[in-house]
Design a protein around this ligand. Structure first.
Ligand SMILES: [Zn+2]
Length: 92
């Protein structure tokens, strides 16, 4: 079997898995929202925009992160950035 074909199959499988996980997460997040921890905030480190993570559809359940970054589009500066996901409230 050709090496290029194997590499192409691996890339296609990775892209498929990425979109499948994104699809499942988007379907599950409203159902999991009642169990989510409140007090997480998305923060743009360039312009200072902040917003509650749960209202943006980001569900965190018993999560612990230190310095977590997520790829997203900042609605204030309208650019794709690595947005900081920070805990602002107490752990529940
Ligand atoms: Zn921004």
């Amino acid at each position: 079997m050709n090496v290029a074909l194997i590499i192409l199959a691996c890339v296609a499988w990775t892209v498929f898995l990425f979109f499948a996980i994104a699809f499942i997460a988007r379907r599950l997040s409203p159902k999991l929202a009642p169990y989510a921890d409140k007090g997480w905030e998305v923060h743009c480190r360039k312009c200072g925009w902040k917003h509650e993570a749960l209202s943006l559809g980001i569900v965190r359940i018993h999560a612990y992160s230190r310095g977590k970054r997520i790829l997203g589009k900042c609605p204030h500066c309208r650019k794709f950035r690595m947005l900081a996901l920070e805990r602002t409230g107490p752990r529940s």
